[in-house]
Design a protein around this ligand. Structure first.
Ligand code: UD1
Length: 364
C-alpha cells in the first residue's frame, strides 16, 4: 500500500489538508495510507491545536516540533528533522500545501531523497520577492512533480516555467472545501454580545504581513486611518502573535478597535460571514470572502490570487494609507461589487486530488 506524507506546519495549512485527509479516509478503493506530519512551525493552541479539534483533523503521526525562528532556522530545522524521518521510513509521495516555510522545506527534503512531491495550491504568484511566501512558492514549484491548482491563471504560470500539461491538475480550492463543509457548524464568538455586535454592522481587520506590522508607525497610521473612516462601527481585530509584538508598543488605540486573540476557525468564519466588510493583508481570507460574498479590502500592492479581484469581492487597496478612506467611502455608499464564484471552488477539490493520486499509483 503506497504511503503518502501529508505536511502541515502553519495555520493556513490546516484548512487545506483537512479535505485531502477526509478524501483519503473515504476513498472507495482505499488503497492509500497516509502519515500526517506537523512541522511545529505553529504550535500555540490558537494557531494550531484549535484547528485540529474543530476540523476533526486526526492527531499528527509525527510532530517535528521546530517552533519559532528565523526563516533559515526554521527551514534548516524542518529539513534536518524530516530527512531523519524519511531515512528511517521513506514515503512514496510527499504532499505539501500552500506557501509557508514548512511547505518549501519539506518539498526540498523529499525531492532530494527522490520522493516525488505534489504541491497543492501550486502556480500562484504575487511576483513580489519581498514576501517569504513568494520565494517558498517559486522554490516549491521548481522542484515538484505534480501540481494541483486553484485557478487557470496558476496553470498558465506553471506552463510559463515549463511544467508539462500532464503534470498540472486543475482541482479547485481545498480551503473552500473546508469552508463549505463547515458552513452549517459556525460558532458565534463568546464576545459577540459583550461588544454588542450586530450582523453586517461591524468590520473585521486582520494584519500579519511583516511589511504592515513590523514597524510601529506604519501599523499605527493604518489603524487610525481605518478607525477614523469606519463610521464608528466596531472593528474586530484578531491579533496574530507577530502583530501583538508591535501592538504592545502602541498606546491608546482608537476606541472602536477591539483586540481579540487569534480566532478558532468556526468562530472566525462566523465573524467574517456576518461582517459588513473585511480589511486584511491575508491571501487566504480573500478567497473566503469571495465565497461568502463579503466585501474585502486587501492592504497589499500585489496578490497571488487575482481571481479574488477579477471575479470575487476583493479589491487591492495597497499599502499607502491614503487609499483606505476612498475605499471605505465606497463601502459605506453601498457601492461594493457582488462578485461571482471561481471555477471549481465547489467543495470537491480534496476528492479530485485523492482521485488523481490514486490514478498516479495505479499507473505506476
Ligand atoms: C506564517 C506564514 C504566512 C502565513 C502565517 C499565518 C511563512 C513564511 N509565513 O507567518 O504565510 O500567512 O503563518 O499565520 O511560513 N508564534 C507564536 N505562536 C505560534 C506561532 C508563531 O507565538 O504558534 C509567533 C512567534 O513569535 C513567531 C511569529 O509568531 O516568531 C511568527 O511566526 P512564523 O511561523 O515565523 O510566521 P508567521 O508570521 O506566522
Amino acid at each position: 500500500m503506497p504511503l503518502i506524507d501529508i505536511i502541515a506546519g502553519a495555520r493556513p495549512n490546516f484548512m487545506k489538508i483537512a479535505p485531502i485527509i477526509r478524501g483519503i479516509e473515504e476513498s472507495q478503493i482505499n488503497k492509500l495510507s497516509y502519515r500526517l506530519i506537523h512541522t511545529g512551525q505553529h504550535y500555540d493552541n490558537t494557531m494550531s491545536g484549535s484547528f485540529f479539534e474543530q476540523l476533526n483533523i486526526p492527531e499528527p503521526h509525527i510532530n517535528l516540533e521546530v517552533g519559532s525562528g528565523t526563516q533559515a532556522e526554521q527551514t534548516g530545522a524542518i529539513m534536518f528533522r524530516y530527512e531523519k524521518i524519511l531515512l528511517e521510513n521513506p514515503s512514496d509521495i510527499c504532499i505539501v500545501v500552500g506557501d509557508v516555510t514548512s511547505t518549501m522545506a519539506c518539498a526540498i527534503t523529499a525531492q532530494k531523497m527522490k520522493i516525488p512531491v505534489a504541491h497543492v495550491e501550486a502556480g500562484i504568484r504575487s511576483k513580489d520577492w519581498t514576501m517569504p511566501e513568494e520565494i517558498n512558492r517559486m522554490v516549491t514549484d521548481s522542484i515538484s512533480n505534480y501540481f494541483f491548482t486553484t485557478s487557470t491563471t496558476a496553470g498558465e504560470n506553471l506552463r510559463n516555467i515549463g511544467v508539462p500539461d500532464d503534470r498540472i491538475f486543475f482541482v479547485g480550492n481545498t480551503m473552500i472545501d473546508t469552508l463549505l463543509s463547515n458552513i452549517n457548524r459556525l460558532k458565534k464568538p463568546t464576545y459577540w454580545s459583550k461588544f454588542d455586535l450586530k450582523a453586517k454592522n461591524y468590520l473585521v481587520l486582520t494584519l500579519h504581513r511583516p511589511s504592515n506590522v513590523d514597524e510601529r508607525k506604519q501599523l499605527t497610521d493604518q489603524l487610525f486611518t481605518i478607525a477614523e473612516n469606519s463610521h464608528n462601527l466596531p472593528i474586530i481585530f484578531p491579533v496574530h502573535p507577530r502583530t501583538a509584538k508591535t501592538l504592545q508598543s502602541i498606546k491608546d488605540l482608537p476606541h472602536n478597535i477591539y483586540l481579540v486573540p487569534p480566532q478558532p476557525y468556526l468562530q472566525f468564519i462566523y465573524l467574517i460571514q456576518n461582517s459588513k466588510a473585511v480589511i486584511t493583508d491575508s491571501g487566504g481570507i480573500t478567497e473566503e470572502t469571495t465565497i461568502l460574498k463579503v466585501p474585502c479590502m486587501t492592504l497589499r500592492d500585489t496578490t497571488e490570487r487575482p481571481e479574488t479581484v477579477f471575479l470575487g469581492t476583493n479589491e487591492l487597496i495597497g499599502t499607502d494609507n491614503k487609499a483606505i478612506k476612498p475605499s471605505l467611502d465606497k463601502l459605506f455608499a453601498d457601492n461594493w461589487k457582488q462578485g461571482t464564484t471561481p471555477e471549481k471552488w465547489d467543495g470537491k477539490s480534496g476528492l479530485r486530488i485523492v482521485c488523481a493520486i490514486e490514478d498516479l499509483f495505479r499507473e505506476s
